[in-house]
Design a protein around this ligand. Sequence first.
Ligand SMILES: Nc1ncnc2c1ncn2[C@@H]1O[C@H](COP(=O)(O)OP(=O)(O)OP(=O)(O)O)[C@@H](O)[C@H]1O
Length: 322
Amino acid sequence: MESEPLLSVRELRIAFDGVEAVRGLSFDVLPREVLAIVGESGAGKSLTARALLGMPPRGATTSGTIAPDLSAHRGRRISLVPQDALSALSPVHPVGDQLAAAVRSVAGVSRKEARARAVAALDRVGIPDAARKARAYPHEYSGGMRQRAVIAMATINEPDLVVADEPTTALDEERRDQVLRLLAEQREAVGAALVLVTHDMDAVAGHADRMLVMYAGRLTELGPADEVLARPRAPYTAGLLASLPQHAPPGRRLPALPGTPPAPGTLPPGCAFAPRCPLATDPCRTTEPEPRQAAGRLVACHRWEELPHPATELFLKEGQSA
Ligand SMILES: Nc1ncnc2c1ncn2[C@@H]1O[C@H](COP(=O)(O)OP(=O)(O)OP(=O)(O)O)[C@@H](O)[C@H]1O
């Protein structure tokens, strides 16, 4: 997908009390693409997503550039689908009023027209009897319906970019799939790009054009999702994918990524993944690798060419092979 980026993030750093949780992250978001951000808990995925929206947590110090700054047009050019739909909706106003207010905040339209657009948006996301449901309050919606309403809200002003931070975590598996499909459909319909923060590799495989793998606040691997999933080039990505149930070799136990990621402020010298990496050698323990072009993507690893394919065996512990 060759095109001018919609948005460029360069050297993004986010720190709390001088301790960096995001450490010099650079990537582009392309127009209309779905970019998944994956990585274990604490990798800095949510912080990165919030930075795009200009919504850092209290106490965070941010540096680097995000250009253009879509956050100046939040609700119009960029919008959020959060983990918890309730947090995105006010409990004290009917859902239709909230959607109509979002329309009126950016477009000079009459109340009646805004109202009509709100009902149409609820109808588009599959809310039955949308005109009546528009008058109901969020607590009168089921969890799945609320998440649909939030997707309607996030797309009603036809933004350039929708940021979805674990949008389906609160839902059961069946609804999860429906909501993701709806999100993909709606962002496609309005021509928006989507940055999708997720732990769900099925969602990545099903919906993402590219994936950004983060580890300890840095880029580990960034490339076309199908290629990265089929043949990861960074040992960390390989370990992350190998620990998914579907990648267990037949008749064998699931390989596991040993250990846990380091907390910000407790990073080892060199590559942050080195203490958990079966390929780590001395240079890995002294020099942190920078992302470099490798095999049609960006990979931050000194030893990426050494990674076997498939890499699953690397992550099987001794005695785990029966
Ligand atoms: N409000 C905060 N105050 C202090 N530290 C924070 C705060 N928010 C995040 N951090 C630090 O930044 C790290 C990364 O946070 P972030 O929420 O981006 O992780 P994540 O990759 O989204 O994880 P998860 O998958 O669990 O949501 C956290 O582990 C924590 O150390």
